[in-house]
Write a protein that binds this ligand. Structure first.
Ligand SMILES: NC(=O)c1ccc[n+]([C@@H]2O[C@H](COP(=O)([O-])OP(=O)(O)OC[C@H]3O[C@@H](n4cnc5c(N)ncnc54)[C@H](OP(=O)(O)O)[C@@H]3O)[C@@H](O)[C@H]2O)c1
Length: 161
């Protein structure tokens, strides 16, 4: 049986996930949530997202989608497409988590069994990387938890197709 395929993301109300190569926010509680969810699992991400978080190798198996596999550290499993990455992840540890960026999310959304969405209650005007509209594929709310810090208000949502 194929492993469970999760998609994990934080996006703003206008579906921004990134700005100038980084996150538009810094939310320690969301970072901790992401780390805890993916620990001991296999994560799949694009080359730019991996560049931003190279330390993810600790405690996880990592598949990076890229056409420049030669530049990756030896511990990383390279793939040239999302289907190849998902196939490779079947042989690695735990469940599979799709961790961005934009194209991984666009291609992965119709395939995923579970969506872990941190909805950040803000509009980011100058975002340059986006999450697709998830509501068509993920209509069923399994869990919801509201939270906030000094700067941001956000909701942790677990959604199923
Ligand atoms: N908010 C969040 O939850 C979240 C999560 C992740 C990332 N981000 C943000 O998103 C931005 C980075 O995302 P991004 O979309 O710009 O880049 P990305 O997907 O991380 O990396 C893009 C590169 O990965 C490869 N790639 C990605 N998807 C591919 C596919 N389906 N098939 C073949 N190759 C693929 C290509 O590499 P080659 O050119 O080497 O072939 C492409 O140039 C940053 O701002 C980051 O902070 C946010």
């Amino acid at each position: 049986m194929p492993k469970r395929l999760h998609l994990i993301v934080a996006c703003s109300e206008n579906r921004v996930i990134g700005r100038r190569g980084g996150l538009p926010w810094s939310i320690p509680e969301d970072t901790a949530f992401f780390q805890e969810k993916t620990l001991g699992q296999t994560v799949i991400m694009g080359a730019r997202s991996f560049g931003e978080w190279p330390s993810c190798v600790r405690g996880r198996d990592v598949v990076v989608v890229t056409h420049a596999a030669a530049s990756l550290p030896a511990a990383i499993h390279p793939a040239t497409s999302l289907p190849e990455a998902i196939a490779k992840a079947q042989t690695l540890r735990g469940d599979v988590y799709l961790c961005g960026g934009q194209r991984i999310y666009e291609e992965g959304l119709p395939l995923a069994d579970m969506l872990h969405l941190t909805l950040v209650h803000t509009e980011i005007a100058d975002g340059d990387t986006f999450f697709p509209d998830w509501r068509i594929h993920f209509a069923q709310e399994i869990a919801r938890r509201e939270s906030r810090d000094a700067r941001w208000r956000y909701t942790f949502l677990t959604l199923a197709p």
